[in-house]
Design a binder for this molecule. Structure first.
Ligand SMILES: N[C@@H](CCC(=O)N[C@@H](CS)C(=O)NCC(=O)O)C(=O)O
Length: 209
C-alpha cells in the first residue's frame, strides 16, 4: 500500500490519526499542495480528482475519499475497531461521522476556501476552478458555531461523539475543531462538554499524527 498525504492538510490527517490508532504504518508519499503538485501529470494519473488523501493498494487500485480509505483500513486490521462491533453501534458511528463531515468540516472548508487569499479561484478542491463567494464564508462561520453547539449537546450524555468509545467520528470531529481553530474560530468557552472531550481526544498520541 502507498499513502498519498500532505502533512499540513486536514483530510489526510484524518487517515493518519485513524492509522495511528490502529497501529498501521503507512508507506507515505508527500504531495506538495502549495506548489500545485496535485495537478501534475504524475499525481493526476493516480487520482484524477487531484486531491489527497489517496491510498494505492498493492494491486494498483486507488482509493480516494477519507471514508473509503478508513473503511478499507478498518477491514484490513479490524482490531481495535474504530467503527463499532455491532450493527447499531457501527451505524451510529457512521451517522455521526457523516454529520461531522457535512455539517462541520464542510462548513469550515467554506470559511477557509472562500476567504484565504491563496484560494482565490480555488474555492473548491478538485481539478476545476471555482471563484470565492464571500457570503458562503459568512454562512459557513454561522454553521461552524451551530455545529460546536450540536457537538456539545451530544457530548453532554456521551463520553465520545458516537457513544461510549473512541471512533472515527471522534477523529473527524477533532480534525474539524483543529481546522476551525486554525481559521481562528475557537469553540465558545461556555461549551464545557466539548472542552472536556477536546482535552481527552487531543491528548491521545494519535492526535500528533
Ligand atoms: N472529500 C475528500 C476531500 C479531500 C480534500 O478536500 N483534500 C484537500 C486537502 S484537505 C485537497 O487535496 N486539496 C487540494 C486542492 O485544494 O487543490 C475526502 O474525503 O478525501
Amino acid at each position: 500500500m502507498k499513502f498519498y498525504d500532505c502533512a499540513t492538510a486536514p483530510s489526510p490527517r484524518r487517515v493518519r490519526i485513524f492509522a495511528a490508532e490502529k497501529g498501521i504504518e503507512l508507506d507515505t508519499v508527500q504531495v506538495d499542495l502549495s506548489s500545485g503538485e496535485q495537478f501534475g501529470d504524475a499525481f493526476c494519473a493516480i487520482n484524477p480528482d487531484c486531491v489527497v488523501p489517496a491510498l494505492v493498494l498493492d494491486d494498483g487500485t486507488c482509493l480516494s475519499e477519507v471514508t473509503a480509505i478508513c473503511q478499507y483500513l478498518e477491514e484490513h486490521k479490524p482490531d481495535p475497531t474504530l467503527w463499532g462491533s455491532d450493527a447499531a453501534t457501527r451505524a451510529l458511528t457512521t451517522m455521526w461521522h457523516v454529520k461531522v463531515d457535512q455539517q462541520g468540516l464542510a462548513a469550515i472548508a467554506d470559511v477557509f476556501r472562500n476567504t484565504a487569499k491563496g484560494m482565490k479561484g480555488r474555492a473548491l478542491p478538485g481539478p476545476d476552478d471555482y471563484e470565492q463567494i464571500p457570503e458562503l464564508a459568512e454562512r459557513g462561520r454561522q454553521r461552524v458555531y451551530n455545529f460546536f453547539e450540536k457537538l456539545d449537546r451530544q457530548l453532554a450524555s456521551n463520553e465520545f461523539v458516537a457513544g461510549g468509545r473512541f471512533t472515527i467520528a471522534d477523529i473527524s470531529a477533532l480534525v474539524f475543531v483543529d481546522f476551525a481553530r486554525r481559521a481562528k474560530i475557537d469553540p465558545p468557552q461556555t461549551l464545557d462538554n466539548l472542552a472536556r472531550w477536546y482535552q481527552a481526544v487531543s491528548s491521545r498520541p494519535s492526535a500528533a499524527a
